[in-house]
Write a new protein. Structure first.
Length: 340
């Protein structure tokens, strides 16, 4: 099977043990993360060959980050080494009514210096079938939009499917800049993932009757937004997660897929959260897997929603479950009983 290529940033994640606040912490747990990297790890766990493209500093920390991807079966042969630093992320896990908080320290990281002409896409795409990127990567610097545009153009030359998770981050760029850049990239996208904030902040489309702060979601509004995105940008597949936040610890979780003028809704899960960071990336990986396996649309969105449901039960950002485990949940095995 041909590879899925992920293009993005790789960061070191620091989090206080348990549910401590940063001000309480005398130590931090360390992991490695990045939206597209999380997708690659998840796909590798599903049995899909995945390769990650990024730039890391040529030091022990950069090598450790790459080694962590290797540990979970992700190829790092196209990682370029150089630059002075790796980006950092500090996660303070929330609980009950106290939300989780993320602090970024990623300005000037190695990938921020990469742009057009930096990677050998002819070599990277030789044995590839899919490119995945997010709206985070073009937001990182003045050169990364051209990096993403070049990657997408070359992907289309080689006949790859291109997926994108809009992933708007207000700490990285303005809504105006996000829309300006992403509208140049969307013509190359075949599969777009956009939650309610992404659609509103980047594309100016808001689902009516929805208030995510109070947990009220109007499904018809999401269907309308998906249809508008598909029509306006000629994107065949539009997907979104549907999160009803009861608290930082408990959510109701489902998802929607729009394709060929039809809408497909997954079942809804009530989840008690261990760690929600990476939930959207696990959804993206599940969606990509379903489409690669040529599942019917309903089965694809069920698989993606179930994969992400399971991720919320796993510490750190990687969704370390198999496709078989996801299918067990899709088929109704969600009681959490001990497996002996």
């Amino acid at each position: 099977m041909k590879k899925v290529i992920g293009l993005g940033d790789l960061l070191v994640s620091f989090s206080p043990p348990g549910y401590q606040r940063i001000i309480q912490a005398n130590s931090f747990d360390i992991s490695y993360t990045g939206a597209e990297a999380n997708v690659c790890v998840s796909l590798s766990c599903f049995g899909i060959p995945a390769s990650y493209v990024t730039r890391l500093p040529d030091n022990a920390v950069g090598k450790a980050a790459a080694a962590m991807l290797n540990k979970f079966g992700v190829s790092t042969e196209y990682i370029c080494y150089g630059g002075s630093r790796i980006g950092l992320l500090y996660l303070e896990k929330g609980a009950s009514q106290r939300p989780s908080r993320v602090i970024y320290d990623r300005s000037g990281s190695a990938i921020c210096e990469a742009g057009s002409g930096f990677f050998d896409w002819d070599s990277i795409y030789q044995d590839a079938q899919w490119l995945h990127f997010t709206g985070i990567t073009p937001a990182l610097s003045s050169t990364t939009p051209e990096l993403c545009l070049e990657a997408c153009r070359k992907a289309k030359e080689y006949g790859l499917t291109v997926s994108c998770d809009l992933n708007y981050r207000k700490k990285l760029w303005s809504t105006q800049r996000a829309r300006q850049v992403m509208e140049k990239l969307l013509p190359y996208v075949d599969v777009l993932i956009a939650n309610e904030e992404d659609a509103e902040k980047v594309l100016g489309l808001k689902p009516g009757g929805t208030n995510v702060d109070t947990g009220i979601l109007n499904i018809e509004g999401y269907m309308d937004v998906a249809e508008q995105i598909s029509r306006n940008y000629h994107i065949p597949y539009i997907a979104t997660t549907l999160r009803k936040s009861i608290s930082a610890s408990d959510n109701q979780w489902s998802a929607l897929l729009y394709h060929d003028g039809k809408t497909f809704l997954s079942k809804e899960y009530r989840i008690h959260i261990v760690n929600r960071v990476g939930g959207g990336d696990s959804f993206a990986a599940g969606l990509i897997y379903g489409l690669l396996q040529q599942f019917e649309d309903q089965k694809t969105i069920e698989f993606a929603a179930a994969a992400s449901c399971l991720k919320h039960s796993i510490e750190y950002d990687y969704n370390l479950v198999t496709a078989e485990e996801v299918m067990e949940l899709v088929n109704g095995s969600g009681s959490g009983r001990v497996q002996r």
